[in-house]
Write a protein that binds this ligand. Sequence first.
Ligand SMILES: Cc1cc2nc3c(=O)[nH]c(=O)nc-3n(C[C@H](O)[C@H](O)[C@H](O)COP(=O)(O)OP(=O)(O)OC[C@H]3O[C@@H](n4cnc5c(N)ncnc54)[C@H](O)[C@@H]3O)c2cc1C
Length: 397
Amino acid sequence: MAQARTFCIAGAGIAGLTLALALAKQANSKTKTKIILLERNDEITEFGAGLQLGPNAHRALDSLGLEEELHKVSFEPEGVDIFSYKQKKPIVTLKLGATAREKFGVPYSVIHRADLVHTLYNKVKKSKLIDVYFGVLDFKITNANKNPIVNFKCKDGNEIEINTHAFIGADGVCSVTRTGVLDGPLSKYSGYVAWRTLIDIEKLKNVIDLNNTSLMWGTGFHAVAYPLPHRNKVNIAIFTRETMSVGFGIRQTPSLPNSAKSDPRLSKILELADGWKHWPLAAVSTSTWHKGSVGLVGDAAHAMLPFQAQGAAMGIEDAVILAPLLMNEESPATAFEKYENKRQARVNKVIKTSATNGKIFHMSAPLSKARNAVVKMQGEMNHYSRLGWIYDYDPLV
Ligand SMILES: Cc1cc2nc3c(=O)[nH]c(=O)nc-3n(C[C@H](O)[C@H](O)[C@H](O)COP(=O)(O)OP(=O)(O)OC[C@H]3O[C@@H](n4cnc5c(N)ncnc54)[C@H](O)[C@@H]3O)c2cc1C
């Protein structure tokens, strides 16, 4: 008789949806598999803005058969123009586009977060093995060690109990699975904030090169801009430090250091924007990614500073690595142990690289002058040797 296994995942974000698809892909006729996703929002959300998807993320997503659909909604910048404060010309343009494809066999692209999430969700909807519950108000877990029992309430008043083989928290930076079930730490404010906006492509055509990503460095800030042609917008994020962050919100004008406001390129962007989202950046630091049959993926386990543009990619890698382990190992506890062993060193290295980038990008003179000279000397292919360990990685090997 076929065994039956139910996997329950909290959070239908990037990591949760990817994990659901990766588990469905692993299902076979010997084991009757059911995957249940619990999402607290009433529908798939449009929060967030642009994301860069490195070749490592693409490799993992392609393994789930998403290559074609992603290609339709993403864009491959030809390079990254790196500008230092007030400079007219880039210090260097790092090569992406065809060079990245040639080197890695997969693209380096940019995409709107909502387009990635909808691509994943459209595939989830087609799977008979996956059920999604929206409007989940609360969930409780008993028997975390073995065969967790999950009780949850929905907005429509339904109260449901399910017996599971494993429970996975993909519930983001403020994960209740991490704090409530694994007794893990709360996320901590990093001291950095992002100011995010989208501007019509047309308005920026004389300000930045719309075939490229632009990375702008200055004292106490950096900014990233790249086009999202499928939405006819350019994604802009400006990152600065704030000692006391006042929470998420919409503002007409971002509060920025004078250095940022006096950079001609950035001041033009500020002039053209219609409002900004203030986004305090929180991070999670814990090595406890599981207890018995309950584990974590994505930001729930390791939310990080976005300065290497790899947070979502790490959640995507987590998902495609954890799914076969959960399906094939004797117990979820063993699967989670192997997953932690495989993931933690890499994720921690990416976390450190992101934090170091913050310091380098925000340098003031004279250090910034030395930095610029080194970056210029290293040239347009330097990122491939420096960051090859991130992009070359194949989570399926
Ligand atoms: C400014 C900025 C720029 C970034 N740029 C990049 C980039 O270029 N490249 C990149 O790879 N990454 C980037 N990131 C990081 C990336 O956005 C995150 O790492 C990624 O979105 C995390 O995905 P997740 O699925 O783990 O969590 P989330 O996207 O937070 O999803 C969690 C889901 O769980 C749901 N949820 C939460 N609590 C509950 C609950 N109790 N019950 C049920 N559901 C629940 C939420 O509603 C949500 O749908 C960036 C982040 C920021 C802030």
